[in-house]
Design a binder for this molecule. Structure first.
Ligand SMILES: [Zn+2]
Length: 63
C-alpha cells in the first residue's frame, strides 16, 4: 500500500483500510486503501461514509 504521511487508520472493511489524512491544503481527507499488494487500489473521499461505501463495493482485481 502507498505510504501516506499522517495516515491514521480508522477501520477495515474486507481488504480495504479506511483512514484519514491531511491533503496539502490542510484539509482532512478520508482515504480508502486496498491492502492487497497486487491490487494497489486507493482513493480519497471527502467524507468517511463515502469512503466506507467505496470500500464495501470495491472489487479486488487481484482475487
Ligand atoms: Zn483491492
Amino acid at each position: 500500500m502507498p505510504a501516506r504521511d499522517h495516515f491514521h487508520s480508522v477501520m477495515r472493511i474486507g481488504p480495504v483500510q479506511i483512514g484519514t489524512h491531511r491533503d496539502r491544503h490542510g484539509h482532512t481527507k478520508h482515504a480508502a486503501v486496498c491492502t492487497n499488494d497486487r491490487c494497489g487500489w486507493s482513493a480519497d473521499y471527502s467524507s468517511q461514509s463515502a469512503a466506507q461505501l467505496a470500500a464495501r463495493t470495491h472489487r479486488c482485481t487481484a482475487r
